[in-house]
Design a protein around this ligand. Sequence first.
Ligand SMILES: Nc1ncnc2c1ncn2[C@@H]1O[C@H](COP(=O)(O)OP(=O)(O)OP(=O)(O)O)[C@@H](O)[C@H]1O
Ligand SMILES: [Mg+2]
Length: 476
Amino acid sequence: MAYATYKSVEVATLHTSLTPCIFDDEPLERDSLSALISDIGYEPIPTGDPEEALRLIRSGRSRLVLASIHMQNSAPFEFLDRALRCDPGVHLIVMTADYTLDNALEAIRRGATDFLPKPVDHARLKRTLDEVAALYDQRRRVRALEEQLLKDLEFHGIVGKSPAMLEVFDFARKVARHYTNVLLVGATGTGKELVARAIHQISPVSQQRLAVCNCSAMVDTLLESQLFGHVRGAFTGATDTRPGLFEYANGGTVFLDEVGETSLPMQAKLLRVIQNREIQRVGSPEIKQVNVRLIAATNRDLRAEVLTGRFREDLFYRLSSIQIRIPSLSERLEDIPLLVQFFLKKYNDAYGKNIAGLTRRTQTLLLQHPWPGNVRELENVISTACITATGDFIDISDLPEHLQHRSPRLANDEDWHPLSLDEVRKHHIQKVLQMCNGNRLRAAQILGIGRTSLYRYLKRDGLDIRPHTHSTGAAA
Ligand SMILES: Nc1ncnc2c1ncn2[C@@H]1O[C@H](COP(=O)(O)OP(=O)(O)OP(=O)(O)O)[C@@H](O)[C@H]1O
Ligand SMILES: [Mg+2]
């Protein structure tokens, strides 16, 4: 029997995960094709119902569909178009009794893998199936290799292969060995906290504690008690005596995020920690000695803040003897595919999905986006798309609205309207808030204004954007 060789174990193992769906409304033809394909070494699922076939595609059960279509129908390619919309990565072999070269080219142009005349030539069918199986297998192997590569290009959970990021890794590695203060400078969402954690992990004090404090999230009094601790009765609500983060991480590292947001009195207290290694709990006369490494981060231009008198010059020099600048994502577009792969793996695992990648047009779109929220924004986009995507691949329709419709290079000119400054401000605040999933603190940071100013504008402009319900862990 001519098909005996196809039944070899190797071929069968290679093919089983393809699970071809045979969609044919002729029961006899469906059965005979089914038998033939089983002989070749696959496990086909035959059906005469187009909706059932689409369900199999959507669920990812069938990666290969053999669809019999009638060219005399009013919309002969409707099934093909719908199937590819369900999953742009599905392989579709169209079979028809009304074969013409024009029809074949049209089907291929629309995305079919092959177009076969009926009755189907067995050798040709086998060749096509083998090609699809080989391609499928090749994709799997490429993915395995990429996963390996990803491991090699990961620096303590930070992914990057651009020269700019490799330089950051290299510098962080060198600096970490010395117990010196470090200033991390970079726009929001570029990974400053990740770098701070990596520096602590590879430092000689990695066994000691790392304390993280977001200086912009608290009013001064609360921040002071958080950092320095307080004694019982120091202020209303201080019902017990508590050590602060400097004591907690004594001998280790304290990461001061958004250090540029601290007030001048708080800056004086930080300077004392650096210069004299001294702290005082709120409400206590006792001076304690601490020895910590300070890693501070900011998305502001601290030198400019010094010039305008908003940041102490002496503290700036003490903090910034070693400065690491983390580049924005738009400066390292070549990291995007790697980051996408990293986040896909993370959210596939988290949501129990098996999304293989992005369609080509989605990849192109991501490379054109300016990414004002940097890697955090990219992570949010991928995590949300992992939830909404139903097929093997994330397509444009799985992206947030503002990404789907914008044409970044033209947007400014084409969308231009003679608006008043008030209207421009309102529109801009609205967009930044949407990008931050309604997180007002983050939006205020990106806008370069204080939270109170943002609230004032929101109130004045009648805006009330609340956080989205399914924001990910990435959106703080
Ligand atoms: N290179 C990277 N590889 C993997 N994940 C990254 C990378 N950069 C950032 N992330 C992820 O993006 C998110 C934001 O990173 P992070 O909090 O370190 O940024 P940040 O610079 O501290 O932002 P902000 O200025 O807003 O505090 C986190 O979920 C982090 O895990
Ligand atoms: Mg941060």
